[in-house]
Each structure stands twice: as C-alpha cells, then as structure tokens.
Design a protein around this ligand. Sequence first.
Ligand code: AMP
Ligand code: MG
Length: 401
Amino acid sequence: MLDFDTAQDRLIQAAVRPTRSERIPVAQALGRIVATNVHATIAIPPADNSAMDGYAIRFADVEAGTRLPIQQRCYAGDVPEDLKPGHAIRLFTGSLMPAGADTVVIQENCSEDNEHVVFQTTPVLHAHVRIKGEDMSQDKTIILKGKALNSGHIAMLASQGITEIDVYPIPKIGILTTGDELAQPGQPLQVGQIYNSNAPMLSVLVQQLNAQVHMTRHAKDTLQDIQDALTALCAECDLVLTVGGVSVGDKDLVKPAIEGLGGEMNLWKVLMKPGKPVALAHIGDTPIVGLPGNPVSSYAVFTLMVSPMIRVLQGRRHAMPRVFYGKLESNKTFRDSREEFIRVQARADVDGFIYLTPHEQQGSAIISSLAWATGLARIPVNTDINNGDTVAYYDFKHWGF
Ligand code: AMP
Ligand code: MG
C-alpha cells in the first residue's frame, strides 16, 4: 500500500511542464497561465496626480483661515501650469499635480469666492496625492510566469497598454469511461444498467480548472474496445483519464489493455478512502491515470491527485492549492486504517473560524453527497477524530479551480 502523500507526489512528478507558448489577446486571457514574467513598461500612475476633488497648494503656504487666489482650473486630462507661490490650482480626481504643489486639500474643507479659495483647516503635507509609479514602477515585474490570470491581472495589463500576452497552451485531457453496465444519459435505462455519471462529472471538473476536454470515449468491458479507445485518446491528448476497470475483478481490463499496447502500468493500492485503486501508466509519452469507478472515489482522486497534475501540465507556479483547517462538528468519531477524505460542508463563524459538518452518508457511491459538500476533510490514518478536533480541509473552490 502506498500512502496518500507519496501517491499524490508520484502523479505530480509524472506531469510535464509545458515548453511551448502562444500569444493571445489579453481580452481572451482570463484563466490562462502566463508563460513569461511580465514587466511594466510605463509607471502607473504615469505622473503625480490628485486622488480627490480639491485644490493643489504648497503646504508651506496654507494654514486654517488662509485665502489664496485660484490660478487655474485643471480637469483630469488637462496639463497644469506650474503653481505660482501663494496660489492654489483647482483640481479634480485624476488631475495632474502642478509642478511646485506638494499637497491636495479636499474641496469639503474649502470655500470659494470671487476666484479665491479659503482653507478651513490646516492641511496635511502630501495628502491626497497619488505618486508616480506608486502602483507599478517602470520595469517592475508585475506578473510572474505561471500565474493564472484573474480580472485584476487583466486590469494591470490593460493599464500598461498591453493587448497581447504569451500564455501556455491549454492541456488536452481525454476521458475514457468503461463498463458494460453503463448507459449514456438520454438513453433508456435497461435492467441492471446505471447511467454514466462520471463522464459528465469529470468533464466539468476538467473545465473548471481551465483545461480542455479534448475527447471522451466509453468502452465496453472488452480488451478490444478499451484498446481502441486508448489508442485514439493517447494519440491526441496530453493526459488520459480512465474510469473504472482497475480493480481485481474479472472485468477489470484496463491494466491488460494498457500492457497490450506496450504501456507499463503501476497499479497502486493507495492508503486512502475513498479511492483505493489508483493507476499510473504511459503509452508513448502520454500519461494515463486510472481512476476508480465509484463516483465519489473518482471525484476525490481527481480533486486531490489529478487536479495538481493538470496544474503542472498547464504550467502553473504551484501544483498544489492551499489547504485550510477547520474544526469538525460531529457527534460521531471518525477513525480508519486508511487516510480518509470525508465530504463536509464548511461554515465560518463571526470570527472567521471554519467549522466542518460531515455528510451523513460517506459511502463511495453516494453521488448526492458531492453536490452537498463544499470540500473534503482529511482524517489522518488510525487517529480518532472527534467533535471539535482540527482537521485539514480541501475546499472544492480552491481544489477544483
Ligand atoms: P469498477 O471499478 O469498474 O468495478 O467500478 C466500480 C463501481 O463504479 C461500479 O459500481 C460501477 O458501476 C461504478 N462506475 C464505474 N464507472 C462509472 C461511471 N462512469 N459512472 C457511474 N458509475 C460508474
Ligand atoms: Mg467496471
């Protein structure tokens, strides 16, 4: 038996970082992974400017009660005159700071009459001035290679006037489900059949990560069918996921199928629950991960072990998302001889502490628990976990995206 962390690490090691990149419009780059460090080419803001509507002054010229002539009205986009000593320039949010001014007094603290301004309070030196480059200085690295672009990054790139960016190609994922008992949703269900829920489930899990489901196949439990599907998938995909057929039953033919195609397969009994049988193989250069057939096991193994692999294939900086911690809320003791990942719902109290409530049915075929849960709580091997104990929490919002 392989422990969970070692198995997770082996899968991550089997994923190869991308070497190519492609240039795409920034407007289409949300969620894409940046392939080079991005540097600022201009300072942001490009010049000192006012953060408020008010008056630019020399700090030394003003105290409560001072009255100064208004030299100019300078709107955002205008070019200010140099501030004459003993004068004020009327400014608005985003107006450039005039040379010679060091402070902005907000209009709420002033009154105007007859082209003069009277200051009601003594100003604070440098108040309400946005300094050139305080956001992004010129030449500064503003986005690191391997970052997944979010809306804030898009705004940064746009503020730099950048319209195109180098990103890594989106990895192509193939999905092969197996099983004579499976009917496709939309088809009538015969006696003894169940619907193939894993294929749509895994497809959306892949899409949530911003990878691409390139091809899905379903194979009957025959060597020929599985091999035909594998051959097609491996020819075009960067990673192939197989589902089911990797235990030790008579119809568990994925291993012989892969070996028949010249691949070598490592089948591990991973010390985790759900999800004991996990397989890793290669056909040519294409890695293949064999997921268990039970929907919950498949979901858990994908989330905990395959999603880090896909992140590596995408070129992300970190294969592993953040793990949080929370207190278990349960009147039941959890303990297992395997590392157990239970479906829980998380809630935070007013102080932000996370509490985790387990689903009542923790069986690996309970699909409804997946829709209910917000993540997985980790119960360490051979350890009693009771109400109030702190456990690691793998939030689907982080581990599924
Ligand atoms: P297997 O590993 O092929 O023996 O599958 C284990 C269990 O998962 C069996 O009860 C299968 O019917 C079920 N199963 C396998 N594949 C799927 C699938 N694609 N969708 C739903 N259930 C599945
Ligand atoms: Mg099967």
